[in-house]
Design a binder for this molecule. Structure first.
Ligand SMILES: C[S@@+](CC[C@H](N)C(=O)[O-])C[C@H]1O[C@@H](n2cnc3c(N)ncnc32)[C@H](O)[C@@H]1O
Length: 365
């Protein structure tokens, strides 16, 4: 059976976002309530911005970590077009969220099907109600989408709307040969990859990064540091450090593609940057940590040597410098020149093709 490509313009026109957005949302961290700020709520829903729809898994922990959202409309479109389904396809979506992207798929797949999995039961119920009110009836499941849903496999396409550090092999197994997997992908160091994998007939999936995105992590792949204060908790002992100096200016390491490439080489290392205030606003300190070792570098304008602090068994700053140098030696390739291959035995990242494996540095024990 063959099908055509969905007419995405008509699909987006026919499926407005508003019916899927809860009354209480957060825009840029600021709460917005439809009942009290209806003009701003309406404007935000029509704007090309992501809206957070749940914090802290719906608990009152007060950490204010976004755990569900309505993605930015232009990004939803980019991801659906990259997935490139045909109208007769069966698509597995992981991360139902508000149900808006599920509704777009269900509308687009006129002769096909969509199955969508959401880990959070309350989020899933809201999505189900919104979809039902719009007269749509995709298959909705509550559970861990990292397991896929083998009962209805294989799927022609699989799309995830939360970031993974490792692509679960079951996703590859449950996607038909010739199928496509689109998923946000990141490292503890840098969570900005949007990955498109093509599944071959030998049980391997391979493909490149497509752009700069920032998705929340899959629930079970969240980093160990997400809910902790960085300095003072992840870095408990800033006064015990070994001090030295480096000529490496830390500014270029913060550039988008350099940051991504360092993360490919040191995927388990986290980093945060803190800027000075007032007349020290150009100064900053970058902290790096792997849970056991940590390092920091202080940037000040107008100097050519920067203070480095390191603590723990690893010389983390030296590893960061080596990762940066390795990327520079390759000609500073952008994120989109890199990709991932996933086989039954695991995944690896590469430059220019699966044979150009990126050397991954030591991981913490
Ligand atoms: C960015 S939001 C979804 C955006 C959604 N497609 C939309 O347009 O509204 C990501 C969702 O993934 C869900 N999620 C996180 N980990 C998951 C997992 N392991 N399995 C299924 N859903 C998961 C979150 O609860 C959240 O609702």
């Amino acid at each position: 059976m063959t099908g055509s490509r969905p007419a995405w313009d008509a699909v987006f026109r026919g499926v407005p976002r508003a019916p899927y957005i809860p009354d209480a949302v957060w825009l840029d961290g600021v709460p917005l309530d439809r009942n009290t700020d209806s003009d701003q709520w309406n404007a935000a829903v029509l704007a090309d911005v992501p809206l957070v729809t749940q914090m802290d898994d719906g608990t009152d922990s007060g950490d204010l970590i976004p755990t569900s959202s309505a993605s930015m409309p232009s990004l939803v479109r980019l991801m659906l077009e990259s997935l490139d389904p045909r109208t007769h396809h069966h698509v597995l979506e992981i991360g139902t969220g508000t149900g808006w992207s599920t509704a777009l798929l269900a509308t687009a797949l006129t002769g096909g099907r969509v199955t969508s999995i959401e880990v959070d039961p309350l989020v899933a119920i809201q999505a189900q109600e919104s979809l039902r009110s719009s007269g749509l009836a995709p298959t909705l499941l509550v559970g861990d989408g990292l397991q896929g849903h083998k009962e209805d496999a294989p799927y022609h396409r699989l799309i995830a709307t939360m970031a993974v550090r490792r692509v679960p092999y079951v996703w590859v197994e449950q996607t038909a040969p010739g199928g496509v997997i689109v998923t946000p992908w990141g490292t503890a160091y840098n969570n900005s990859g949007l990955l498109r994998l093509f599944v071959d007939g030998n049980g391997t999936a391979s493909g490149r990064f497509m752009g700069n995105v920032n998705f929340m992590w899959a629930r079970s792949q969240r980093g160990p540091f997400d809910t902790r204060e960085f300095v003072g908790d992840v870095i408990p002992d800033p006064d015990t450090a070994r001090i030295r100096h480096t000529m490496t200016d830390p500014r270029p390491l913060r550039e988008e593609h350099a940051d991504f490439a360092i993360g490919l080489r040191l995927p388990e290392v986290e980093h945060r940057t803190f800027f000075g205030r007032g007349d020290r606003a150009e100064e900053f300190t970058v902290w790096y940590a792997d849970g056991e070792s940590w390092a920091s570098i202080d940037y000040k304008p107008g100097v050519d040597s920067y203070e480095v602090n390191e603590s723990g068994p690893r010389d983390l700053w030296r590893e960061i410098e080596a990762a940066y140098d390795a990327w520079r030696a390759q000609g500073e390739p952008p994120r989109e020149q890199h990709g991932v291959t996933v086989t039954r035995d695991g995944q690896w990242t590469w430059l220019d093709g699966p044979n150009g494996r990126v050397d991954v540095g030591p991981t913490p024990t």
